[in-house]
Design a protein around this ligand. Structure first.
Ligand SMILES: Cc1cc2nc3c(=O)[nH]c(=O)nc-3n(C[C@H](O)[C@H](O)[C@H](O)COP(=O)(O)O)c2cc1C
Length: 194
């Protein structure tokens, strides 16, 4: 019995020496990455699209993600854009909430310094009643102006206005369907031209 325990002890110590050092791997936490497309579709490989957006309360983010999903690419929050080399994309799609008829400060700043890709497109969500569509148009015009003649499409839809409480539940499934149609139209236009 004593012999058996001594034998077990020797095996235990030997295993610890052999596997103990190499087996215990240091787990380095991965830095937080922006949401990535799960796999690259053949269309995404040819188009090389990317969606870049700002969003204060999640409406524009929702539409950005719908468009990105349709195109099989990443939807990147504006704060994370430095992690991407934008020179490697053929189609840049930029989204913003409308803030007093303009894109957000971050999107404005981004647009003032971005080197436009071969093709671009813009979209906004807006929530003001009455004059909302007009402010959305002004905002889209302003965004497109910064992209020169690279813009091949624009899209707008309602988004719940947290201050005015207008358009609750927007963007809804119909808005999402329209965003999908917008994305597939962009893909079609791009593929025809590339
Ligand atoms: C500061 C501020 C200004 C806004 N200005 C406008 C505006 O000029 N026109 C409009 O239609 N909606 C306006 N809205 C409503 C937002 O554009 C709308 O709710 C949008 O969907 C919010 O998107 P987000 O959730 O991605 O931030 C404004 C909202 C905020 C917070």
């Amino acid at each position: 019995m004593k012999k058996l325990s001594l034998y077990t002890l020797i095996i235990l110590v030997a295993s610890l020496l052999i596997f103990g050092c190499t087996g215990a791997k240091t787990v380095t936490p991965k830095p937080e990455q922006p949401a990535k497309a799960e796999s690259v579709s053949p269309i995404a490989e040819t188009l090389r699209p990317i969606v870049i957006y700002d969003s204060w309360s999640g409406n524009t983010k929702k539409i950005a993600e719908v468009i990105a999903h349709e195109l099989g690419c990443d939807a990147v929050f504006i704060d994370d854009i430095d992690k991407y080399d934008l020179r490697s994309y053929n189609l840049i799609i930029i989204g913003s909430p409308v803030h007093t008829g303009m894109p957000t400060k971050k999107i404005k700043q981004f647009l003032s310094q971005v080197q436009p890709a071969k093709y671009s497109a813009v979209f906004v969500t807006y929530g003001a009643p009455g004059f909302g569509p007009l402010t959305a148009k002004i905002c889209l015009d302003c965004m497109e102006k910064k992209l020169g003649d690279t813009s091949i499409g624009r899209f707008k839809c309602h988004g719940f206005h947290h201050i005015m409480k207008t358009y609750p539940d927007h963007p809804n499934t119909d808005d999402a369907k329209e965003a999908i149609a917008f994305a597939s139209d962009l893909a079609k236009k791009c593929l025809e031209r590339l």
